[in-house]
Every structure is written in structure tokens, then in C-alpha cells.
Ligand binder design. Structure first.
Ligand SMILES: Cc1ncc(COP(=O)(O)O)c(C=O)c1O
Length: 411
């Protein structure tokens, strides 16, 4: 057992050994909070976890058995860095249906979207380069970019997502200051954490701004297919006329995060660098999971399962909206997402959600304090709550508990 003095010595010893990238890395508040989901007495709205009820275990059992019997030799082998052609072609067929026509050299498989974010940062960012993101934005994206030394500049949201007028003014200012802006990071559909969706008109405006400032756009889209209502809006990738959009997709929320399987669509020049960067990261994404998912897509059951997932999450969202409406005190407002996994709450300004979290855990309910999603000091009175993971009953009970904690805080 190390004494405290020795622990301190070790820390000092290692501090100067770590790289600048490691020095930029901070522990993730979400990861710490995810540990709470393992305590059975706490209803956790904290993580971004899909419901295990949506995992098609029986179908996958059959598929994995068939795969091992019929194609075991290649399913257990190394594969190409670009990913299995069969799976890429299945994904391309899905995009074809949306009107986005791709060739396999524009789409490569990733070890889920988080790898995509990390490798994008690796190939595009130098220390002090600026990345434009939302206020708020996905913490895993923020962390990936800052770990490579990027400076994040946040653009405020309204109920339709990023404000293009502020984006344009900010870019003009940054240009005057001589800053090197590399890309705009967006989650256009059912944003994590805000739950808002960029309408087509605003997507077009943002693309026009990206063009006029000659910027790349990273479109991170894990929730797109989980739409409960309203019309699908075009992908930024579809609106792109000048080869500047990188789109990230993942099976994490539409099938199972345990596969760690995603993909990236980008102009060929970016794909080329991305593949080289991926080689040093993991050589290739496991072919076993790729072939399993390819077979599942081909079986026709993927879409049926996705429809069931959407119906379940719609019900869970509705239960939560109803609970919020009934129990929350005046002064608390929330988003009404048309899809995805999250609601975002705005509390009266005098409440600090981070400080309140400890009390909430005391009342056996957890959330993520919204401030972790802001790259500035704002958002202290906001919180993200997930509605997909807990059961319908737990969603009802959890919202009651949360409302009591907020009411007590306001006394
Ligand atoms: C916006 C966003 N991007 C990327 C990810 C990472 O997803 P995965 O690595 O599981 O594909 C998440 C996960 O919650 C997310 O919300």
C-alpha cells in the first residue's frame, strides 16, 4: 500500500513523463456518473444508455451460431482497416433509400462513433486550432477535440439548435483575431444533450456559412433513426456541394452499443488519412461483429427491431413529459424532443444543478448536470435526463423524486 507521500511522489514523477495530449485529458464527469447506474436503488437518468429490452438477443444467438458454422474462418480473422465490404454495402443501401448515393470508398467502418471523433481530431487538429461546437454539446466530442489541444468556441442554441447569426458573427471575429478555425461540430438530429433538431432551412444556412468561411463540418448523427414524430430533415452530407462534410454513424443506439460498431462518411481525401490513422489505433474493427451485424441487416429483422425500439422510446418520452408537466414547479422548462434519448431541463437561475446532484442522489435519482456539456462557464442551471434506459415505472417514480428535490431547492 502506497503512503500518501509516495502517491504524491509518483504523481510528480509521472506528470513530466506524460505527453501533452495526456495532459489535456480530463476525467469525464459522465463516466464517473455512469457508475451510479450500477447501484440498484438509484433511478439513473444520467447515462446515455439504450434500453436492454431493445437488444435482439434471440435473433443474434441464431446469427452468431450460423456465422461460426458457415463462415467461422473469416469471421475470426483480421480484416481490412476500411471494414467489411458486405457491411459497407448494406449501409450504402440504407443511405440510398434516403436519397444519399455513396460509393464504398466514401464510407469506412469505425470502432463506433467515439473512435470516429478521436481519429477526426487526430487527423485535423493542431494545438490551438479552433473547433466550433454547440452550447451545449456532446461531452465525448468536446473531450476528443480538447485532448488534441483544440480551443473550443461555443455557439448558443435556441429551440431549433445552433444560432446561425451568432455563428456567422463569431466566425468573422475569429478570423479578425487571426484564429485558425478547423471545423464546426454539429449533432443535427435530437442533439445530445439538448434534444433539439436543426430544421432544413437552418441546415442550409449553416452549410452556406461553412462554405463562405471554407470550413469542414463534422455531422455526428447517432440518433437520426430514432424519430418518434415529424419529418426527417436532410443530412448535412446530402446538402454538401463542396466535399466538406464528415458524417459519423453508429449502431450503438439503433442496435447495441456492445458491438462498438460505427462508420464514417467523408470526402476521399479525408477517408485516406482516416484509414491510416485507424491503422495505428486498432488495425481494424472486429470482423466478427461486422459480419454479425451484416447478417442481421440482411435478415430483415433489423428494421422491425428498430421500429419496436422507436415505439418503446416514444412511450418512455411521453411518460416523462407527462411526469414533468404534472410534478415540476413553475420556472422549470424542458425540451420536447422529436426523437433520440434525452430531455434537457432549464431550472430557475438560482439553482446550481451540479450542487443539487448530490441531494438528488440522496433521494435516489440521478441526472447529468448540464454544465459539463458547455465549453464555457454557463449552463449551471441546466440538466440532461435520459428517458431510454430506466423502465416506464422508474421514469414515473424518478421524475417525482427529481421534482421534489427541485422544489426543496427552491424553498
Ligand atoms: C453525439 C454522440 N456522438 C458519439 C457518441 C458515441 O457513440 P458510440 O461510440 O457508442 O458510437 C455518442 C454516445 O452517446 C453521442 O451521443
Amino acid at each position: 500500500v502506497l503512503s500518501d507521500v509516495n502517491k504524491q511522489k509518483m504523481k510528480t514523477l509521472y506528470t513530466h513523463r506524460f505527453s501533452r495530449v495526456a495532459g489535456n485529458m480530463k476525467r469525464s464527469a459522465i463516466r464517473e456518473l455512469l457508475k451510479l447506474t450500477q447501484r440498484p436503488d438509484i433511478i439513473s437518468f444520467a447515462g446515455g444508455l439504450p434500453s436492454p429490452d431493445t437488444f435482439p438477443v434471440e435473433d443474434l444467438k441464431r446469427i452468431v451460431t450460423d456465422l461460426l458454422e458457415q463462415d467461422g474462418a473469416s469471421a475470426l480473422q483480421y480484416s481490412t482497416t476500411e471494414g467489411d465490404l458486405g457491411l459497407r454495402e448494406e449501409l450504402i443501401k440504407r443511405y440510398d433509400r434516403e436519397g444519399l448515393h455513396l460509393t464504398p470508398d466514401r464510407l469506412v467502418i469505425t470502432t463506433a462513433s467515439q473512435q470516429g471523433l478521436d481519429l477526426i481530431a487526430k487527423i485535423l487538429l493542431n494545438p490551438r486550432d479552433v473547433v466550433i461546437c454547440g452550447l451545449p454539446s456532446y461531452l465525448g466530442g468536446i473531450s476528443a477535440f480538447t485532448s488534441y489541444g483544440a480551443q473550443l468556441v461555443g455557439i448558443p442554441f435556441d429551440e431549433e439548435g445552433m444560432r446561425p447569426d451568432i455563428l456567422e458573427n463569431t466566425l468573422t471575429e475569429l478570423l479578425k483575431e487571426g484564429k485558425k478555425v478547423k471545423f464546426i461540430y454539429l449533432i443535427p438530429d435530437f442533439q445530445n444533450p439538448a434534444g433539439v433538431t436543426l430544421p432544413e432551412k437552418r441546415r442550409k444556412t449553416i452549410m452556406r456559412i461553412a462554405e463562405s468561411f471554407d470550413l469542414l463540418v463534422v455531422e455526428d448523427s447517432p440518433y437520426r433513426e430514432i424519430r418518434f414524430e415529424g419529418e426527417p430533415q436532410p443530412l448535412l452530407q446530402q446538402l454538401d456541394k463542396s466535399g466538406r462534410v464528415v458524417t459519423l454513424g453508429t449502431f450503438s443506439k439503433i442496435l447495441a452499443p456492445g458491438f462498438r460498431l460505427g462508420w464514417i462518411i467523408a470526402p476521399e481525401e479525408i477517408i485516406e488519412k482516416f484509414v491510416i490513422a485507424k491503422q495505428t489505433a486498432d488495425l481494424c474493427t472486429p470482423i466478427f461483429t461486422q459480419k454479425t451485424v451484416e447478417r442481421y441487416l440482411k435478415s430483415g429483422n433489423f428494421d422491425k427491431n428498430l421500429q419496436r425500439t422507436i415505439a418503446l422510446y416514444r412511450e418512455k418520452r411521453d411518460v416523462m413529459l407527462e411526469g414533468l408537466h404534472r410534478h415540476m414547479p413553475d420556472g422549470v422548462t424542458w425540451t420536447r424532443p422529436e426523437g433520440g434519448l434525452f430531455l434537457f431541463l432549464q431550472l430557475p437561475p438560482r439553482i446550481n444543478a451540479e450542487a443539487m446532484l448530490k441531494k438528488a442522489i440522496g433521494h435516489k435519482v440521478a441526472f447529468v448536470a448540464g454544465s459539463v456539456f458547455f465549453c464555457t462557464d454557463c449552463g449551471q442551471n441546466t440538466m440532461r435526463i435520459n428517458f431510454s434506459y430506466a423502465s416506464i415505472e422508474e421514469n414515473k417514480t424518478g421524475i417525482k423524486r427529481l421534482a421534489k428535490v427541485i422544489r426543496d431547492e427552491l424553498k
